[in-house]
Design a protein around this ligand. Structure first.
Ligand code: KG4
Ligand code: ZN
Length: 345
């Protein structure tokens, strides 16, 4: 008897929750293509303009999907399912991806899979890059840090995730982006602050962080303290920002990263869990990645951080989440709307 060869499903995944229009083709847990069209239009406004984001998704979605299929070398009729981000995100942006995916599901007569964007960020760790790749073992802890969320997630399994700590106001990514705006740096500010910080002294300036009960975060005060700090210093030296940019960025970044890891370190101690993961757009931050590895070695943990392309918003992470749902036949009908707000658990 020949061993049974299980054909892995081809899944087309679509992500349009914010300002990236992305499509990916997966074969099982392997990414065959992952196309990301970043909307440059928002740069001149210093932040995402929801109305413009929806319009750009409308323009981008068809070429992005075509490119994903052609790079993957997969024909439409070979697809076993189509997956899409249902939420959370900007309603107008979500509607574009969701309507497109529903039409495709109907037209090709294939199942539709609705994916939770934040769960997908966590599951990005299971995207397969090599046969001997190590993946986190359940239960594990994930620090998910993006432009819209800051969460410490206790991941019981692929479908069952519990938020055990989160921000009560701004997200860590927002703290980066808003600070960059105040400093006159272009949007998105996170990568710019990261770049300047590599040349700066992280301990030169001090920014206070709030002490909250439990594992909660608050980032709104940090941005305000930077604002007042700059206002006072500019009174003494008009070109203070220009002269000190690298040191300000390094110190501000150091404050955010130290704060993120302080609570996360407590979560490791309180749960006793030793597999730890970093996810979301801010996990592209080089200093956070370095400090995360240092924390892991201090605590005797195994650390997992996705490749850069799977950290910021991308459709491959929607595809890997959809793959897990596909195994469970977690398909949906067409009678549902996107969710701008959607709790993880
Ligand atoms: O996950 P993501 O792509 O979108 C959301 O779901 O929000 O995260 C975007 C956020 C932005 O705030 C951006 O500034 C931040 O991730 N980001 C970074 C870096 N790269 C992206 N923040 C700090 N350092 C970076 N290198
Ligand atoms: Zn995201």
């Amino acid at each position: 008897m020949h061993p049974t060869i299980v054909q892995q499903p081809y899944i087309l995944a679509i992500e349009s929750s914010c300002d990236e229009t992305s499509a990916a083709v997966m074969c099982g847990t392997q990414v065959l293509s992952n196309i990301i069209a970043t909307q440059k239009i928002h740069e001149k406004y210093g932040g995402v303009v929801p109305e413009l984001a929806s319009r750009a998704h409308q323009v981008n979605i068809l070429p992005v999907v075509h490119q994903a299929l052609s790079e993957a070398g997969v024909q439409r009729h070979q697809l076993n399912a189509v997956a899409v981000t249902q939420g959370p995100g900007l309603m107008g942006s979500l509607l574009v991806g969701v309507s497109f995916a529903k039409s495709l599901s109907l037209g090709l007569n294939i199942p539709l899979i609705a994916v939770h964007h934040m769960k997908a960020h966590v599951l990005a760790h299971f995207i397969r890059k090599s046969a001997d790749q190590e993946v986190p073992a359940y239960p594990f802890l994930c620090l998910t840090v993006s432009g819209g969320h800051t969460q410490i997630v206790l991941v019981h399994d692929a479908m069952n995730m519990e938020v055990i700590g989160e921000t009560i106001d701004d997200a860590a990514g927002e703290a980066f982006d808003k600070a960059a705006k105040v400093l006159g740096l272009p949007y998105p500010g996170g990568p710019m602050i990261d770049r300047h910080a590599t040349h700066g002294d992280a301990l030169k300036y001090h920014f206070p962080i709030p002490r909250l009960e439990g594992l909660r975060y608050s980032f709104s005060g940090l941005k305000t303290s930077l604002l007042y700090f700059l206002r006072d210093r500019k009174k003494e030296q008009v070109d203070f920002i220009e002269q000190e940019m690298d040191h300000i960025c390094a110190s501000y970044q150091h404050t955010i990263v130290t704060y993120l890891l302080k609570n996360f370190s407590r979560a490791i101690d309180e749960t006793g869990i030793r597999d730890i993961c970093l996810a979301g757009g801010v996990s592209a931050n080089s200093y956070l990645r370095q400090r995360f590895h240092e924390l892991a070695s201090t605590k005797g943990c195994r650390a997992f951080i996705p490749d850069f392309q799977f950290c910021t918003d991308n459709a491959a992470m929607i595809g890997i989440a959809a793959y897990h749902q596909y195994q469970l036949k977690d398909f949906t009908d067409l009678n549902w709307a996107p969710k701008a707000h959607w709790k993880m658990s």
